[in-house]
Design a protein around this ligand. Structure first.
Ligand SMILES: Nc1nc2c(ncn2[C@@H]2O[C@H](COP(=O)(O)OP(=O)(O)OP(=O)(O)O)[C@@H](O)[C@H]2O)c(=O)[nH]1
Length: 312
C-alpha cells in the first residue's frame, strides 16, 4: 500500500428518488462489483454497498434499508431512516437525474434533508446531478441551477456514471468531507463471496484476535444457519424489529484450544461474540442474535473427511 501524509475514512450514503441512478453511480464510484470480505466494521444497521479505496482515503458506501426502495421512499419511515443515516454517515449524496425536471419526489427528499440537517453540526449533503450524458450541456446547466435552489448543499456535482465523466471529481468532493482516520476495512478487499463465507470470516477474525500465536491454523468456522427470527406463532416480526438468528460452529483441534477460545467462565467467547456480531450486523444490515458453539474436531487439518465437512 502507498502511504500518504493524511488518510481519511468514513461513510457515505446515496439517496434519491427511484431511478435517479443511485446503483449505477455506486458501481461507478467503487469501480467493481461490491461486497466486503472482512474487517472491522464501524457501523451497524447499514449494508455496505461498496468501498472506494485510494492511497489517501477509504470511503465506505452504505445502504439504508428501505431508503433505496421505491415503495418506502415516500413512506412514514423515511424520517426515521434519514435521521439514523444522518447520525451515522459523514456525507450524504443526493442524486437528481439531469434528464427529468426537478419534481415533487426530489423536493420532498430535499425538504426532509434540510429539516434534518438544519441546526445540527450538519451532515454535509452533496448533490450529484446524474446521467449528464443523456442531455445537452445547457440542460445540465439548467438542472444545476434548479437543484441549487432546492437547498443549502455542500456541493453540486454533475456526473455521468455510464460514461465515467466526473466520477473522480465526485469522489474527491466526498473524500473532502471525511474526517481523518485509518482504513475502516483493512485491505478493503472486494469480493463476491456469499454472505455465509463473510460471516465465517468475521467470526474467525474475532476468535483469533489476541491468540493468533496459540491457535494459528487450528481454527475453522462453519456457519450452520442464518434464519430470520419469527414470533411464537411463526409469523414474521414487525418491521423495524427484525432479528436474524446466526448459528455458527467454531472448530478447534484439541480440548486445550477449546479452553483458550472459551476463556475463563466463557468470558472470552462472549467478547468474541460481541466483536463478531457488530461486523455481522453491518454486513447483513440487520440486528443479529449470534449463537456460537465451540467444538473439537480432532486433527481436522489432517483428515480429508473432516476438511470437506468444514468446507476446505
Ligand atoms: N445514460 C445514462 N443512464 C444512466 C446513468 N446512470 C443510471 N442510468 C440508467 O438509469 C436507470 C436507473 O439507474 P439505477 O442506478 O438503477 O437507479 P437507482 O436510483 O438505483 O434506482 P432505484 O433502485 O429504483 O432506486 C438505469 O436504466 C440506468 O442504466 C448515466 O450516467 N447515464
Amino acid at each position: 500500500m502507498t502511504t500518504a501524509d493524511v488518510h481519511r475514512s468514513g461513510f457515505a450514503c446515496l439517496v434519491g428518488r427511484p431511478n435517479a441512478g443511485k446503483s449505477t453511480l455506486t458501481n461507478a464510484l467503487v469501480g467493481e462489483k461490491v461486497a466486503i470480505t472482512s474487517g472491522r466494521p464501524q457501523t451497524t444497521r447499514h449494508t455496505i454497498r461498496g468501498i472506494v479505496n485510494r492511497p489517501d482515503a477509504q470511503l465506505v458506501l452504505v445502504d439504508t434499508p428501505g431508503l433505496h426502495r421505491p415503495r418506502t421512499l415516500l413512506g412514514e419511515r423515511l424520517n426515521d431512516l434519514v435521521r439514523d443515516t444522518l447520525t451515522e454517515v459523514d456525507v450524504i449524496v443526493f442524486c437528481v437525474p439531469a434528464d427529468q425536471k426537478v419534481g415533487p419526489g426530489d423536493r420532498y427528499i430535499a425538504s426532509q434533508l434540510a429539516d434534518l440537517t438544519r441546526g445540527r453540526r450538519g451532515t454535509p449533503v452533496v448533490v450529484a446531478v446524474t446521467k449528464t450524458d443523456t442531455v445537452p450541456r445547457d440542460r445540465v446547466a439548467e438542472q444545476l441551477l434548479a437543484v441549487s435552489a432546492l437547498g443549502d448543499w455542500a456541493d453540486v456535482v454533475p456526473v455521468s456514471a455510464v460514461r465515467g465523466q466526473q466520477v473522480d471529481v465526485l469522489t474527491d468532493v466526498l473524500v473532502g468531507h471525511l474526517p481523518d482516520g485509518p482504513e475502516l476495512y483493512p485491505g478493503g478487499e472486494l469480493t463476491d463471496e456469499p454472505e455465509s463465507v463473510m460471516v465465517a470470516e468475521l467470526v474467525r477474525e474475532a476468535a483469533l484476535e489476541g491468540v493468533r500465536d496459540e491457535l494459528p491454523h487450528s481454527l475453522a468456522v462453519v456457519v450452520d444457519e442464518i434464519v430470520p427470527r419469527t414470533r411464537a406463532d411463526g409469523s414474521p416480526r414487525p418491521a423495524g424489529d427484525e432479528l436474524l438468528d446466526v448459528r455458527v460452529d467454531v472448530y478447534v483441534e484439541r480440548d486445550s484450544q477449546k479452553a483458550i477460545v472459551i476463556g475463563r467462565g466463557g468470558s472470552r467467547l462472549r467478547d468474541v461474540g460481541t466483536r463478531a456480531r457488530t461486523g455481522i450486523e453491518a454486513l447483513l444490515g440487520s440486528r443479529v442474535y449470534l449463537d456460537l458453539h465451540v467444538k473439537v474436531a480432532k486433527d481436522w487439518q489432517r483428515d480429508p473427511k473432516q476438511l470437506r465437512r468444514l468446507g476446505f
